[in-house]
Design a protein around this ligand. Structure first.
Ligand SMILES: *Cc1c(COP(=O)(O)O)cnc(C)c1O
Length: 226
């Protein structure tokens, strides 16, 4: 078995165990294999081991990599996206994890109408309130999400967060729990389902799943250090 295949298998086993601990079934949590900075050959190796869902965070890398790889693979964009690059990347990716402003969501809506696609969107929320440059605050997402749920093309499927860098995965638990609680509150406020919680990376995905993550974004654990 290749090293990437072994890492994938280990990650799936850990995900399944964490899903069971959170009262869900094995297989309930999606694994997004973050291939940014890694060559197409690494993606192909993961694909041979059964992985279909991949994540990229830079537009140019999407343009270079995605069209050259099998059309059976599915791609999510996970990085900060500038409005003037939406048109290039929208046809390549089915979901966007870091929609960090109303303006970007409206750009996605307008261009999705032109392109004829229906992107799934996670609203990026800065739950730690640590003064990051990008992302909604808990207050601004409560204010804005009603309007965003009205969009015709963009489908808001849930929330995403990147907690501050910490030494121990356990230190991120409260931020993951805060995102889940915010999601629960929004569902109650709005009376609509917001099933998606994109949270957890290589160092903390098990804790994230225990706190309700539905899709984890794992890069370096699968592919090696960047
Ligand atoms: C790079 C990246 C990841 C993956 O990080 P790893 O620590 O390598 O697993 C996850 N989410 C986002 C937004 C990223 O940019």
């Amino acid at each position: 078995m290749s090293e990437i295949a072994e890492r994938l298998q280990e990650t799936r086993e850990r995900l399944d165990a964490a899903a069971l601990r959170s009262g869900r079934a094995a297989g309930d949590v999606e694994l997004l294999a973050v291939s940014k900075t890694f060559p197409p050959s690494a993606v192909e190796e993961a694909a041979r081991a059964g992985q279909r869902l991949f994540g990229e965070s830079r537009v140019q890398e999407c343009l270079d990599k995605i069209p050259a790889l099998s059309p059976q693979l599915r791609w999510h964009f996970i990085g900060h996206l500038q409005s003037n690059k939406v048109r290039k990347v929208l046809p390549l990716c089915e979901a966007f994890h870091s929609v960090d402003s109303t303006e970007l969501a409206l750009d996605l809506e307008r261009i999705a109408e032109d392109v004829g696609c229906r992107p799934q969107v996670y609203l990026q929320v800065n739950v730690a309130g640590d003064g990051r440059k990008f992302g909604f605050t808990a207050e601004s997402v409560r204010r804005e999400i009603g309007g965003l749920l009205e969009l015709k093309r963009v489908e808001v499927v849930g929330l995403m967060t990147i907690p501050p860098l910490v030494a121990e995965a356990e230190d991120s638990r409260r931020h993951f729990a805060a995102l889940r609680e915010l999601r629960d509150l929004l569902e109650k406020d709005l009376g609509v389902p917001l099933p998606g919680l994109s949270m957890g990376m290589s160092g903390d995905y098990e804790v994230a799943v225990e706190e309700g993550s539905t899709i984890v974004r794992v890069g370096s654990f699968l592919f090696g250090g960047r």
